[in-house]
Design a binder for this molecule. Structure first.
Ligand code: NAD
Length: 504
C-alpha cells in the first residue's frame, strides 16, 4: 500500500471513530446533575493527535461557571452528602461504577481519540479507574473510629469529618484514571466535588460524569471544563472550596499552593518527575532493559513517573545499552486505533514541539543520540508522533537529564559505584519514583532506603494499584493518593470530650 493511501485510510478510520464516539453526545459542564453550557456560551475544540483533526467542541468555563458548580457542590454537601454513611456512599458509588462498566467501550474510544493512547491501554486504565472508585468506598467503610481512654470522668472520642467541597484539577496524560484517584477518595470520605479536567483531554471525564446521572445525588459531582487560567485558577481561589487537590506541573502546583494559602485550605499536590532507573552490575541485564523501556515508553513517555534517566554501572554499560536498544525496537509508533500499537502520538502539538526542542537541546549539549530523534514518516506524518529516542553518554548536569521532557526520550548515564549511583539518583529537584535492578537483596534494600522518592520498584517498574500509596518527595508533591491514608487527606479529625457525672 502506498504511503498516501495508508494516510487516507488512517484518516478515514479516525473520522469514522470520531463520529461513532461523539454522535448524540454534547460535552458541556456537568453541574447539579445536568449538562449545561458555559454561561457565556463559549466553547473550544479538542483534537485527535493521531491525525490532527478536531473531535468535538467542549464548553469553555470561567469563574461564573465555577461559582455555579461550587454552590451546587455546597448545597449537595450541606443538605445531603455530609449526612450519608460510608455504607450508603459505597452503595451509590458502586451503582455508578456498574454504569461505567456498561460503557467501557465508549469511554475507551473517547479517551483514545482525545489523548492518542492505544485503545488497549485506555481500556486497561479505565478498568483501573473503576477499581479505584470501588476501592476507596470499601476503605472508607472499613475505617474504624477511636475512643481515647481518659479514666472514669471523661469520655473522649474522635470524629473524622469530610472537609466539604473539594476542588480537583487534573492533567491530560491519564485523564479518567486520575479522575478515579481523586474523585473516588473525595466522595468516599463524604466530600462533594468540583473537578476541572485538562483542556487537552476533557472527553472521557465529562462522559463519566454524565453517566452518574440518576445515581449520584445532584450536585455531589460537578465537572467544569476549560482552560487553566480561566477555569482552574478561579476554582483554586474560590472562598467556598474547603480542600484542593491538583495533579500537574510544578509551576502550576506552586500557584495552586499559593491560592490554597490565601484561604488556609489543605492541598494535595501530585507533580512532575525525573525518575531514575538504576542498573547495578549484578542485575539481569536483558530483563532490566525490557523493564526500563516499558517504564519510559508506556504512554509515549507522558507519565509523571516515567523512568527518564537510566543510571547504569560502567562495567555493564555497553551490554545494557545494546539490550536497551533491542528493547526499544519493540516500541514503534503506530495508529492508536489499531490493535497491537504500543506507541501512540504525543497528546497535542505543543507537547510535540517541546519534545522536539529537548531532542535538539540534547544534541547541542553533547549527548550521543543513538536511537530515533525524529518524527516518523509515512501515514503517521500528519499526527504528533515521535520516534522512541535514546541518548547515551548523558551527563546528569545536562538539562535533558534534569528537566521533565514528558516524551519518549531516554537519557543513559553511567556510574562507578553505589555511592555515586545514589548521589546521581537524588541529584534532581524531583522525587516521585525510582527503579532499581539488582539480584542482591542488600543492594535492593539499601537503595530503597537511600533514594529519596515516593515509590521504589525493584526489578520492575510502574508497580502500583489500589492500596499502594503514590506521591512524591521533594518537588514531586505533597500527599499520597491511591491508599488508605488518602481518605485521611479528605477528612479532618474532631475530638469530642464529654464529662461524665456520677450515675443517677
Ligand atoms: P499543567 O500543570 O499544565 O496543567 C494541569 C492542570 O492545571 C490542567 O487542568 C490545567 O488546565 C490546569 N491549570 C493550568 N494553569 C492553572 C492555573 N493557573 N490555576 C489552576 N489550574 C491551572 O500540567 P499538564 O501539562 O496538564 O500535565 C503534565 C504534568 O502533570 C507533568 O508535570 C506530570 O509529571 C504531571 N503529572 C503528575 C502526576 C502525579 O501523580 N505526580 C500524574 C500525572 C501527571
Amino acid at each position: 500500500m502506498s504511503t498516501h493511501s495508508s494516510a487516507e485510510s488512517m484518516e478515514k478510520r479516525h473520522g469514522e471513530a470520531i463520529d461513532r464516539a461523539t454522535t448524540d453526545l454534547t460535552f458541556g459542564h456537568w453541574i447539579d446533575g445536568e449538562t449545561v453550557d458555559a454561561a457565556n456560551g463559549e466553547t473550544f475544540e479538542t483534537t485527535d493527535p493521531a491525525v490532527s483533526t478536531a473531535i468535538t467542541s467542549v464548553s469553555r468555563g470561567e469563574s461564573t461557571d465555577i461559582d455555579r458548580a461550587v454552590s451546587s457542590a455546597r448545597r449537595a454537601f450541606e443538605t445531603e452528602w455530609r449526612e450519608t454513611t460510608p455504607r450508603s456512599r459505597a452503595k451509590v458509588v458502586r451503582e455508578w461504577t456498574a454504569v461505567l462498566r456498561e460503557h467501557v467501550d465508549e469511554l475507551t474510544l473517547l479517551e483514545s481519540l482525545d489523548t492518542g493512547k492505544p485503545l488497549e491501554y485506555a481500556r486497561g486504565e479505565i478498568g483501573d479507574t473503576i477499581e479505584y472508585l470501588e476501592y476507596y468506598v470499601s476503605v472508607a467503610q472499613a475505617h474504624e473510629g477511636a475512643h481515647l481512654p481518659q479514666g472514669g470522668d471523661n469520655h473522649v472520642y474522635i470524629r473524622n469529618e469530610p472537609y466539604g467541597v473539594a476542588g480537583q484539577i487534573l492533567p491530560w496524560n491519564y485523564p479518567l484514571n486520575l479522575f478515579g484517584w481523586k474523585v473516588g477518595a473525595a466522595l468516599a470520605a463524604g466530600n462533594t466535588v468540583v473537578c476541572k479536567p485538562s483542556e487537552e483531554a476533557p472527553l472521557s471525564i465529562t462522559r463519566a460524569a454524565q453517566l452518574s446521572a440518576d445515581v449520584l445525588p445532584n450536585g455531589v459531582l460537578n465537572v467544569v471544563n476549560g482552560f487553566g487560567t480561566e477555569a482552574g485558577a478561579p476554582l483554586t481561589q474560590h472562598d467556598d472550596v474547603d480542600k484542593l487537590s491538583f495533579t500537574g506541573s510544578v509551576p502550576v502546583g506552586k500557584q495552586v499552593m499559593t491560592a490554597a494559602a490565601d484561604h488556609i485550605v489543605p492541598v494535595t499536590l501530585e507533580l512532575g518527575g525525573k525518575s531514575p532507573f538504576v542498573v547495578f552490575p549484578d542485575a539481569d541485564i536483558e530483563q532490566a532493559a525490557e523493564t526500563a523501556a516499558a517504564g519510559l515508553f508506556y504512554n509515549t513517555g507522558q507519565s509523571c513517573d516515567a523512568c527518564s534517566r537510566i543510571l547504569v554501572h560502567e562495567d555493564v554499560h555497553e551490554r545494557f545499552t545494546d539490550a536497551f536498544v533491542t528493547a526499544t525496537d519493540g516500541w514503534s509508533a503506530g495508529d492508536p486505533l489499531v490493535d497491537g500499537t504500543t506507541l501512540g502520538p504525543l497528546t497535542f502539538e505543543e507537547q510535540y514541539d517541546k519534545v522536539s526542542e529537548y531532542v535538539e537541546l540534547g544534541r547541542e549539549e553533547g549527548a550521543d543520540l543513538i536511537y530515533g530523534g525524529e518524527r516518523p514518516a509515512g501515514e503517521l506524518a500528519d499526527g504528533h508522533f515521535f520516534e522512541p529516542t535514546v541518548f547515551d553518554d548523558v551527563d546528569n548536569d545536562m538539562r535533558i537529564a534534569q528537566e521533565e521532557i514528558f516524551g519518549p526520550v531516554e537519557c543513559i548515564i553511567t556510574f562507578e559505584n553505589y555511592e555515586e549511583a545514589i548521589e546521581l539518583a537524588n541529584d534532581v529537584e524531583y522525587g516521585l519514583a525510582a527503579g532499581v535492578a539488582t539480584r542482591d537483596t542488600t543492594t535492593a534494600h539499601r537503595a530503597a532506603a537511600d533514594i529519596r522518592a515516593g515509590s521504589i520498584w525493584v526489578n520492575e517498574y510502574h508497580g502500583g494499584g489500589p492500596g499502594i500509596p503514590f506521591g512524591g518527595f521533594k518537588a514531586s508533591g505533597i500527599g499520597r493518593e491511591c491508599a488508605e491514608e488518602t481518605i485521611g487527606e479528605y477528612t479532618q479529625s474532631k475530638s469530642v470530650t464529654i464529662a461524665l457525672d456520677e450515675p443517677l
